[in-house]
Design a binder for this molecule. Structure first.
Ligand code: F0G
Length: 461
């Protein structure tokens, strides 16, 4: 007999959300220039813009806030965070930052020289920005399957060793300061790397004197997929698998706004005390003193608790990814083109296929995200040509293969009924997809343009 699962928590406090009328949503999306980032949150019904900083904290985390030690230097909360990161991720040296991009900034500035090349498994927007800002060039070395939304390959986050070797052969190991290895690759659809691949990349890099720096922002979700899919890991705990993932690296940047179950915070963690020393020298200039970086004492308390909670049992991550799979399964059953397999943090709609009457230069994913908002007040995010930006050399638009709308599920926030409402809206928009017009820029920011760009509709485009 089929047995259902339920979330391993119950609700102690609720936050009302408002349902809007179609007229109100029409007005709101026009005022937002068809960019879901520019909507006011009060005009959103179910907010699937991001899983970043949107988690619900537990009662233990809320009570931990009261223990925050707000001493400028040497706060007890910092040492609790150091212990949690060492116990769960296995890194000795902790550099706390205000969020993930703060850690990316420090790492890029200390390790990348102008002209260096940084291979990585698909770009992430802020990560690549900081690599380029430090004078480096990002080179994508992810496996080809990652660029194919319909491939069912279980480890689409893997690095292609052949591509990595070719980069090292072309530029020389001394121009490759580190490999930027993201766990559960966000832009590929929340897709994991296998343990075998993590191990192989680390062995190769160690032999060539190249560091491996993880973006371990969603390493917990990656650990879950390894447990479910990789031979030999089915009986290992999530905590144990996560520890093995990070053992194949020299350090990591983490945005704690995801796996770590807090609303703000992040860190750079490394093994080498000399790299940590250099990072701390910049930390005090760009973030704050080395024992708080970019966080208050209470933020560090809640974060230390969140890091321990996420691995305390396997139930949390199972329910978290299970809810994403629940939404994905509903859409697959309705015949909606989505990235497969369903990822760890969201369901990614294949806008290129859904809106195949639109040219990519008319921003199908941006238009689809706006259409879903108009239909139901569900807010998703464009992850396609707008996010990919322009090539800094040529100034031309990059044309990524993946033109996606991400419906990202916050952790411990929504119920399965919210997933049902979301699925019904996406299905209804899909049925009327031929009525959706393309878009063009009315304002295009110079960098990270997706955050603040504005658009207008191109009739018939
Ligand atoms: N790395 C990854 C893989 C991310 O997904 C993010 C943020 C960052 C780094 C940067 O961290 O936001 O704390 O500065 N991703 C958010 C998202 C913004 O919606 O996917 P941050």
């Amino acid at each position: 007999m089929h047995r259902s699962w339920a979330e391993p928590w119950k609700i102690k406090m609720v936050e009302p959300i408002t349902m809007t009328t179609r007229d109100e949503r029409e007005r709101a999306i026009h005022e937002a220039g068809f960019n879901t980032f520019l909507l006011r949150a009060r005009d959103v019904y179910i907010d699937l813009l991001t899983d970043s900083g949107t988690s619900a904290m537990s009662d233990r985390q809320w009570s931990a806030l009261m223990l925050g030690d707000e001493s400028y230097a040497g706060a007890e909360s910092f040492y609790k965070l150091v212990d949690a990161v060492r116990d769960v991720y296995g890194y000795e040296e902790l550099i706390p930052t205000h969020q993930g991009r703060g850690a990316e900034h420090l790492l890029s500035q200390i390790l990348i020289k102008p002209g260096d090349v940084v291979p990585g498994n698909m770009y992430f927007t802020t990560t690549r920005f900081h690599q380029e800002y430090a004078g480096g060039v990002f080179v994508d070395v992810i496996v080809d399957e990652a660029h194919d939304p319909s491939s069912d390959f279980p480890f689409k986050g893997n690095i292609d060793l052949g591509k990595l070797r070719a980069v090292v052969a072309e530029y020389g190991a001394d121009r490759v300061p580190y490999v930027s290895f993201e766990t559960n690759v966000n832009m590929a659809g929340g897709q994991p790397a296998s343990m075998a691949n993590l191990r192989e990349v680390y062995d190769y890099c160690s032999a060539h004197g190249i560091l491996v720096m993880l973006d371990a922002t969603r390493a917990l979700e990656n650990a879950y997929f390894i447990q479910q899919r990789e031979a030999g890991y089915g009986n290992r705990s999530i905590a144990d698998i996560l520890g093995e993932i990070t053992s194949y690296s020299d350090g990591a940047t983490v945005s704690s706004k995801k796996d770590n179950l807090v609303n703000i915070g992040g860190f750079l963690a490394v093994r080498d005390p000399e790299i940590a020393r250099r990072a701390r020298a910049l930390l005090v200039a760009f973030e704050g003193l080395h024992t708080y970086g970019g966080m208050s004492g209470r933020d560090m308390e809640a974060l230390a608790e969140g890091i321990r909670e996420m691995t305390a049992t396997d139930d949390h991550v199972r329910a978290r990814v299970g809810q994403v799979e629940y939404l994905g399964r509903k859409l697959i059953d309705a015949g909606i083109p989505v990235v497969r397999p369903i990822g760890g943090h969201g369901v990614f709609l294949n806008a290129k296929e859904i809106l195949d009457h639109l040219a990519q230069d008319h921003f199908p994913a941006q238009a689809l995200a706006a259409a879903i908002y108009r239909d139901s007040g569900v807010r998703g995010m464009e992850r396609g040509i707008v996010s990919a930006g322009r090539d800094p050399e040529t100034g031309e638009n990059r044309h990524p293969n993946l033109e996606l709308v991400r419906l990202t599920i916050p952790r411990r926030v929504y119920t399965q009924s919210h997933m049902d409402v979301t699925a019904e809206s996406v299905i209804s928009v899909y049925e009327h997809r031929h009525e959706i017009d393309g878009l063009r820029f009315t304002y295009e920011p110079e960098s990270l343009r997706f955050f603040q760009a504005r658009f207008e509709e191109v009739a018939g485009g």
